[in-house]
Design a binder for this molecule. Structure first.
Ligand code: XIL
Length: 462
């Protein structure tokens, strides 16, 4: 294809080619300095109509995320939540310290905000969590045994009744077992004062409070077959044999290089399912980046799909920037809400068509950075990243705000719409990318008084 020149007033500027080289040199010279200065960035990703939620729904599963009430007012956060997810878990807002900070005095405001948002969008809601040793207000730890028992049962009853009919699954008890080889219960006010029976009592109280909610036991480091998961398995087996109400087991699935996705993950989910409970992946995050992170995410999704009673997956946050393990960039969207290769891997494992228009599962994502700024202009750089499969071509659009004009481009072949504001960029020898690999193109914008960063449109891959 022939790239038509940008319809810009170049004034006394040198011809495009020479100018491009000059600007490129400037980019290279200043990129390091500017990176340290935190140059503004934005990004966008466009895929085919497929979303996490719709791809999971096609497999009969929900795809959820932890949500923090404090971020719902951020438009990109809410837009990504609403577009991609079909279930939410309040990240902290339903924990004991949040809803019953003082004895028998309940504050549901922040949790209600999340529940209201989810209901207005038709999303399912996971309740997290009723009885846990952490994020527990001081007054609970100070109680004697009989007082603690009634406080626990009152807490479960009041909270579940407040949300009766609205919660799909409740994490009734969270993290009650120790790590390591002992298989023992973890020390906590509940364990230490009420003994092993506190778990059973919590589940019985929960069943009475909201009989329609599924009641889950939830824990971490139980994702593969090990001493801790064996201990949970034996408890669930015992509950099922004695008729103690339990409907599901949640596997938090917080993974990193020290604790990777176990090779027997699917087998472990299956053995719990075989006890007659649903299994859910409840707090998934995987530290890392690029294709290795993508592969791990894909493996988790495949493990769930391989177990018919694995009813859904929840990731522990939307964007890396708000993750509880932010420095490990463990989520599906980067800090600018651009979908990462891990996102494409999830979509593809779910059997989604991905983006691309070229058929198959070719996808790409784009992100933007301003690499240089001066009085009257700036250089922009767009990074194009292939999804979970190799691609042979890509198309990305960049829109500038009038009276801005693009005066130079490099590492791509541009075409322009009639307004001259929308540049469609195609590869210039850099169209073939391995799965998860990136390339970038750049351009110079004359601000003509308007310093807004450009908007990225869709990236399509072939
Ligand atoms: C974490 C939240 O993400 C943080 O914001 C908070 O500071 C601590 O708790 N297991 C769980 C979750 O069950 O509730 C935890 O969430 C992460 C580990």
């Amino acid at each position: 294809m022939t790239a038509s020149p940008p319809p810009v007033d170049r004034g006394p500027a040198p011809p495009l080619r020479r100018r491009s080289r000059a600007r490129r040199a400037l980019v290279l010279a200043t990129a390091g300095l500017l990176a340290a200065g935190g140059v503004g960035a934005l990004s966008d990703t466009a895929h085919a109509a497929t979303t996490l939620g719709s791809a999971a729904a096609a497999q009969g599963r929900y795809f959820g995320t932890a949500v923090a009430a404090g971020h719902l007012g951020e438009s990109a956060y809410a837009a990504t939540l609403d577009r991609e997810f079909t279930s939410v878990t309040p990240e902290n807002e339903m924990k004991w310290d949040a809803v019953e900070p003082n004895r028998n005095s309940f504050s549901f405001g922040q949790a209600d905000q999340i529940v209201g948002h989810a209901q207005s969008k038709g999303m399912k809601i996971r309740g997290h969590t009723l009885v846990w040793h952490s994020q527990l207000p001081g007054w609970v730890s100070g109680l004697g045994a009989s007082d603690l028992r009634s406080a626990m049962n009152n807490h479960i009853t009041q909270v579940m009744q407040h949300y009766k009919g609205k919660i799909h699954s409740w994490d009734v008890v969270n993290e009650a077992f120790q790590d390591g080889s002992s298989g023992a219960r973890r020390s906590s006010p509940f364990q230490d004062r009420l003994g092993n029976g506190f778990i059973e009592e919590a589940f019985r109280t929960a069943r009475t409070a909201d009989p329609a909610a599924k009641l889950c036991y939830n824990d971490y480091n139980t994702d593969g077959v090990n001493a801790k998961s064996n201990a949970v398995y034996n408890m669930v087996k015992d509950f099922k044999s004695r008729g103690v109400p339990i409907d599901c087991v949640g596997f938090q699935s917080h993974f990193n290089s020290a604790s990777p996705v176990p090779s027997d993950y699917r087998a472990n989910l299956q053995r719990f399912a075989d006890l007659g409970v649903d299994v859910q992946i409840t707090e998934l995050d995987i530290e890392g980046s690029g294709s290795s992170q993508a592969t791990s995410y894909g493996n988790v999704v495949k493990a769930c799909l391989g177990v018919s009673r694995c009813t859904g997956i929840t990731v522990w946050g939307i964007t890396d920037k708000y993750s509880w393990r932010s420095s490990g960039t463990p989520l599906l969207f980067d800090g600018n809400y651009a979908a990462k290769p891990a996102y494409d891997a999830v979509i593809s494992a779910l059997g989604g068509t991905g983006g691309g228009g070229g058929g198959g599962s070719a996808t790409c994502s784009v992100s933007y950075t301003t690499t240089a700024q001066w009085n009257g202009g700036f250089n922009g750089q767009v990074t194009v990243t292939a999804g979970s499969t190799a691609i042979t071509g890509w198309t990305a659009t960049v829109t500038v705000t009038p009276p801005q004009k693009v005066s130079a481009t490099w590492n791509g072949s541009p075409t322009w719409d009639s307004s001259g504001n929308v540049m469609t960029m195609r590869p210039n020898g850099n169209g073939s990318l391995a799965a998860g690999a990136s390339t970038s193109f750049g351009f110079t914008v004359m601000t003509n008084g308007n310093t807004s960063p450009p908007l990225l449109g869709s990236c399509t891959a072939s």
